[in-house]
Design a protein around this ligand. Structure first.
Ligand code: HEC
Length: 163
């Protein structure tokens, strides 16, 4: 009880001091404004000039590193993934994912894209499968040593084939 009322008291004191400060400082500030008002055009212009370069300098500084990071990431991932696709998947699925009928299906078809979730595609790539379809055996080996990033990349590669 004692400590909480003390804290309350402190807040009151701080608030009063702050209010008193505003009361004391405000007329000063407005007086200063009035004084400055005469010299205002040049002072304002100078202030604006001073403010402008600062404004432009800030966003440029902030934007540059972000841009390079953002630009570098997808570019690097894309090259990596399409290399991976061409090395490991192209021979059965084609460069554009359209497949080699009747062995592999057209991944760019909307119906194909709807058939699988990202998670299913990811699992297929990682684990592979073997199944019978229309009396024929369909088989794809799993790519067990692919990193999670490579698997994610291949999922988006597969999604990218969508028409
Ligand atoms: C030896 C041939 C072969 C290779 C290499 C191959 N696949 Fe397949 N893949 C198949 C066959 C066959 C199917 C089944 C028919 C179909 O869906 O097109 C298939 C199906 C798929 C499917 C559909 C999933 C499903 O359940 O039907 C995905 C996604 C896929 N492959 C991704 C890949 C990726 C990514 C690579 C490279 C990392 C790859 N495949 C390499 C033969 C291959």
């Amino acid at each position: 009880m004692l400590s909480s009322s003390r804290a309350l008291w402190r807040i009151v004191v701080v608030a009063v001091v702050a209010f008193a400060f505003v009361l004391v400082a405000a007329p000063d500030a407005s007086a200063a404004k009035k004084k400055k008002a005469k010299a205002a055009p040049t002072a304002k212009a100078a202030a604006a000039k001073a403010a402008e370069p600062a404004k432009t300098a800030e966003p440029v500084k902030a934007a540059e590193p972000v841009k390079t990071v953002e630009a570098a990431k997808p570019a690097a991932a894309k090259v990596d993934v399409s290399d991976l696709w061409n090395a490991e998947c192209k021979k059965c699925h084609g460069a554009d994912g359209k497949g080699k009928p009747p062995k592999t299906e057209d991944m760019s078809a909307a119906a194909w894209q709807k058939r699988f979730t990202d998670a299913q595609i990811r699992k297929t790539i990682a684990e592979g499968f073997e199944r019978d379809k229309d009396g024929a055996t369909q088989k794809m080996k799993g790519f067990k040593d692919f990193t999670p990033a490579q698997l994610d990349g291949l999922v988006s590669q597969v999604r990218g084939f969508a028409k």
